[in-house]
Write a protein that binds this ligand. Structure first.
Ligand code: GUN
Length: 293
């Protein structure tokens, strides 16, 4: 029987640990606070931002969302970030991506002070991760590592094949897992759109991480029996048989892969809850560091 890696249960375990840390901070007069900025009215982004706020509330943290219209200029957005950068009550700043096309994402992400960059997207934090230094690790890669370790599939010594080289998942995950550290020290292969014969690589993997954003692309014939498969995808596909007319599927073809894999993370209920929990963890870390010096 295939093991279903329950991201919700693992993230509940981490949240219970975080509650104690938050209580300790509160006793020192610090309540961790995350402020999100949402530009425009994309329903998926709005829903992610709401989930992040709710997660803060449930843990006894503070949260705030600044909704800005689609027409917001780059300098207006920069001014908002500047204000939050100087507000000592705000420990984490998150600008929800994607941004409208007239705003330069790099300029915006670079304006968030590295010590409040709980997404881990600032070049200073990216550099620290690449160098193996303590930093804010981007939430999805950090969640995947925790998920593997806590479900009994420690990456140490394993061959991990990551499919997808995005700045948010594939690239930072590859760096995180190849460092000579606990819960890492893996042999990492990164496949991408330039890879010829993807199956040649995925069939050699002990662990596959599917993070290319293409529905149900990793199929049963691409995995070795006994492989562990982490599905980062969350693709909305039309399905008239569902009440809402659509449903979410991952980047993995669950039905065929689950027949061969030893363990698989489902969509939904896999990586998604882990990502939000790691955002909470990064915000608590930012709050703890903010008053320590
Ligand atoms: N949009 C999709 N994923 C993310 C994320 O991890 N952080 C931010 N800020 N925006 C996103």
């Amino acid at each position: 029987m295939v093991q279903i890696i329950d991201g919700k249960a693992i993230s509940d375990e981490i949240k219970a640990e975080l509650k104690n840390e938050i209580e300790e901070l509160r006793q020192r007069g610090i309540t961790p606070k995350l402020t999100t900025i949402l530009v425009g009215d994309d329903p998926a982004s709005a829903s992610y931002v709401r989930m992040k706020g709710k997660a803060c509330d449930r843990l006894g943290m503070l949260s705030d969302n600044i909704p800005l219209p689609e027409s917001t200029s780059q300098s207006e957005l920069l001014a908002q970030i500047e204000k939050l950068a100087h507000d000592p009550a705000v420990h984490g700043i998150l600008v929800q991506l994607p941004l409208p096309k007239h705003i330069n994402e790099t300029i915006i992400l670079n304006a968030i002070p590295p010590e409040k960059d709980v997404d881990g997207f600032h070049p200073i934090n990216k550099g620290r991760l690449a160098a193996g230094e303590d930093t804010f690790v981007p939430c999805t890669p950090a969640g995947i590592q925790e998920m593997l370790v806590r479900s009994g599939h420690n990456p140490e010594g394993k061959h991990i094949v990551i499919v997808g080289r995005s700045q948010i998942v594939g690239m930072p995950l590859a760096q995180l897992l190849m460092h000579k550290k606990k819960g890492a020290n893996a042999t990492v292969t990164v496949c991408h759109t330039g890879t010829r014969d993807m199956g040649f690589f995925t069939r050699q993997a002990d662990i596959i991480v599917a993070a290319m954003g293409r529905p149900e692309t990793i199929t049963g014939e691409m995995v070795r029996p006994g492989c562990v498969v982490i599905d980062v995808g969350s693709n909305r596909i039309d399905d008239p048989e569902c009440e809402k007319g659509y449903r979410f599927v991952g980047d993995v073809h669950f039905e065929s892969v689950s027949k061969k894999a030893a363990a698989i993370s489902p969509v939904p209920g896999g990586v998604g809850p882990m990502t939000i929990t790691m955002l909470m963890k990064n915000t608590v870390k930012a709050a703890g560091a903010s008053h320590s010096g």
